[in-house]
Ligand binder design. Structure first.
Ligand SMILES: [Zn+2]
Ligand SMILES: [Zn+2]
Length: 194
């Protein structure tokens, strides 16, 4: 079963629980967002409150990441828990404390912590999960993926994968490949007079 598109009237008063597999294409993931090996498994509980819907569940799947140190692809099984609220256009707005005054004071301790789940709109009374799930996947994607915490990365001089074996290059401070790139582009004859 693919990702369902549920109408409000499909959701019984006692709520709905379902599981299904979701193809990455259904979430319209771009290659730059995340690469996925196979399908996701979705388990979701849907509760209806008037014309609003609350969902929570988990999305599990296997991502293919590229390590920023050794540049190798690796698989990462991921389990993403999520909650979200959906509201119809005419849904009675929750009594919202009106204290949205912009304040300079950003360290205000209890401001903006009111609602941790995201709110989405019901589209013609339909519950569309794809966009919400896509955002969950993107939020779960690390900026600096590492194949393992202690990945040794590549030798800056010869490019040897130092996880596999050491090379004979003189030991230098090993840093991220970006530093190597920066050094390469900054190299060459000195232009700045010293
Ligand atoms: Zn690595
Ligand atoms: Zn080397």
């Amino acid at each position: 079963m693919a990702l369902p598109s549920l109408h409000l009237s499909d959701i019984p008063a006692e709520g709905l629980q379902l599981t299904c597999s979701v193809q990455p294409e259904e979430l319209q993931l771009e290659p730059g967002d995340a690469r996925v090996d196979g399908d996701f498994d979705l388990a979701i509980a849907i509760a209806k409150v008037g014309r609003a819907v609350h969902v929570d569940g988990t999305l599990t799947g296997t991502f293919v990441r590229q390590c920023v140190r050794c540049l190798k692809d690796y698989d990462e099984p991921v389990r993403i828990p999520f909650t979200a609220d959906y509201r119809g256009e005419e849904a009675p707005a929750k009594p919202q404390p009106k204290r949205a005054k912009p304040r300079d004071d950003e360290n205000e301790p209890d401001a903006a912590l009111e609602d941790e789940s995201e709110t989405y709109a019901l589209v013609e009374d339909r519950l569309e999960l794809a966009e919400m799930l896509r955002e969950q996947v993107i939020l779960a994607t690390p900026m600096q993926p590492l194949c393992r915490e202690d990945c040794r990365g590549l030798c800056q001089t010869c490019g040897q994968d130092l996880n596999e074996c050491r090379c004979d290059c003189p030991e230098e401070r090993r840093e991220s490949p970006f530093v190597v790139l920066r050094k390469m582009s900054a190299g060459g004859p000195k232009r700045r007079g010293e």
